[in-house]
Design a protein around this ligand. Structure first.
Ligand code: 9J3
Ligand code: ZN
Length: 283
């Protein structure tokens, strides 16, 4: 070993935990376990800040949840839209649940509760722009690593957002609803979550064709929740959380430590009626 190499080794071993020179600069938090992604909270303490509808432009305001500490640098971010006639409160559980794993999470209200999926898609993008350009936490966000989620028409909106902004790193429609059933235009890794008992956005006419129409070359997955309804995404749900966390980590953070939860494909269980996808992932 040269003196220079020995010095480099000393420097690396001398770094503080969490500040190690990781192969992946976007990796955040400790090595995951099944227990850590199922837990009601991750390793990061979180804070929140409200965004008034009066300052929001192009969407209805909301709440930003974010890791309190700045010691780990910037984080990827995700904006989440509620569904038809619903408010931010209907998807609020996802704010601290996802933020505590190491994301900035913006749960929003839409301009009106009757807005349709195409409008919700535009509002998700407006909220991402607010988050990265004008919000009080903008310096905590890595503007190049963004994702979208939503419930029902908000899930349909997440597909619309990914279609119009192909730079997005992850999309997760939760019991999504849309009159457009075909999404070959997407270039964003997409996890489609359906519910076996959904009679408002039945998987046969919504989530299944959404998933099937995504490009075969895309990293994509279809998770059908067992014993679930259209409104299952409106309250804390461990299956939704663990696969959403894994998908966001894998594709927003490029964190391959989470690949173990996505590939090989999860098997049917008490909470999973069906899971489809491509493995291994290519992005
Ligand atoms: O956002 C949703 O819950 C969409 C389902 C719905 O009520 O559609 C009827 C037009
Ligand atoms: Zn289409």
């Amino acid at each position: 070993m040269t003196a220079a190499a020995a010095t480099a080794g000393l420097l690396l071993t001398g770094l503080a935990p969490g500040a190690q020179a990781a192969d992946n600069p976007y990796e955040r938090g400790p090595a995951p376990t099944n227990a850590s992604i199922e837990a009601s909270r991750g390793s990061y303490a979180t804070s929140q800040t409200s965004v008034s509808s009066l300052v929001a432009s192009g969407f209805g305001g909301g709440t930003i949840h974010y890791p309190t500490s700045t010691a780990d640098g910037t984080f990827g971010a995700v904006v989440i839209s509620p569904g038809f006639t619903a408010y931010e409160s209907s998807i609020a559980w996802l704010g601290p649940r996802l933020a505590s794993q190491g994301f900035v999470v913006f749960t929003i209200d839409t301009n009106t509760t009757l807005d349709q999926p195409d409008s919700r898609g535009r509002q998700l993008l407006a909220a991402l722009d607010y988050l990265t350009q004008r919000s009080s936490v903008r310096n905590r966000v890595d503007a190049g690593r963004l994702g979208v989620m939503g419930h029902s028409m908000g899930g349909g909106g997440s597909l619309e957002a990914a279609k119009s902004r192909t730079s997005l790193k992850a999309a997760i429609p939760l019991t999504g609803w849309n009159t457009d059933k075909t999404w070959p235009e997407l270039r964003t890794p997409t996890l489609v979550v359906g519910a076996d008992g959904d009679s408002i956005a039945p998987v046969a006419t919504h989530s299944k064709p959404f998933y099937a129409s995504l490009p075969g070359s895309l990293d994509k997955a279809y998770l059908e929740l067992r014993g679930a309804s259209h409104f299952t995404p409106n309250t804390s749900n461990t299956t939704i959380a663990k696969y959403s966390i894994s998908w966001l980590k894998r594709f927003i953070d490029n964190d391959t430590r989470y690949e173990q939860f996505l590939c090989p494909l999860p098997q049917p269980s008490l909470t999973i009626a069906e899971y489809r996808g491509n493995c291994p992932h290519t992005a």
